[in-house]
Design a protein around this ligand. Sequence first.
Ligand SMILES: [Zn+2]
Length: 363
Amino acid sequence: MKRISVLFLLVFLMAQAVFAQNPNKPGNIIIVSIDGLRWKEVFQGAEKQLINNRKFNSQDSAQLVKKYWAEDEQERRAKLMPFVWSVIAKNGQLYGNRDLGSKVNVKNPYWFSYPGRNENLTGYADPKVNSNDYPDDPNMNVLEFIDHQKGYKGKVVSFASWDAVARIVNRDRNGLLVNNPFEDIKGNNLTEAQKLANEIQHYEPQIWGDGERLDANTYAIAKSYIMARHPKVIYLDLADTDDDAHEGKYDFYLDAIHSIDAMMASLWGYFQSDPFYKGNTTIIVMPDHGRGEGAQWTSHGSGTPHSNDTWLMVMGPRVKTLGEVKNNGQIYQDQYAKTIAKLLGLNFTSVNPIGEVIESVVK
Ligand SMILES: [Zn+2]
């Protein structure tokens, strides 16, 4: 009897191992967009001049220094983004540290939000897409492309802190679920966590008007949905960073970065605990644009030098373990869409002239 159960266990474990390595099993991916997060904070942590400038901070400066400052750059950036530097840097890749000759830029000439997200998701730095008020994006995006592939139909979902994302993903054309600010997730079988996430978003102060929701609420709706419904492709579009920076609040900008890092850690931890996601899920993280330097850190756009300087991080079963990449040449964000598809073993093609796969990402 004992021998039979041991044998059964062995067969079960072998079947699991084969399943986990089956290249035909469609993989999962979470795409995290962090609005206007500079490469400087990612790779250098909090900036001394800005953290010490009273004009840009309302919180107690001693407290702020304790939270985010360290003389050593590696220690400092790990204080700001502990998940990124303890997990992604060890198991995945980061591009965009210009001090190490790793250059990432947006290709579009505008250097603001809608054009940047269009470029990320469609692979085409379309010069016609020139406004944050642009109507529905006419270009096919990688999310709807994946939704049409075998094993993915109805399993591609988006959650956004900014209401333009419904137009950028163009849900009216493709019918994808895009949860915009202050929209409830609908359904008869919602979990208690989903019901609560729906509810609490209506109690937040609408600091940025009715078109923007705080990232914490976008995150709650996303995570409760993920746990209940197990989507295979998740586009999580976060925006507190850009709002706080435009307001000139460096302390809140740092807090937003720190919180987004914690949200990613929590999601990644959940993925490792759920057999649906464990070992079969990739995370890719990117901004839509950069920001200026020095006193111009609050701003971005073609009139603000260096706000086209950006970054990329990625980790998953098909991603080479390179850590912080040095001297990799030039990457443009129009390469992200095709790279996202490739990480799922798919070849994203388009009628538009789209960027090529970043070959150093994929095993
Ligand atoms: Zn902005």
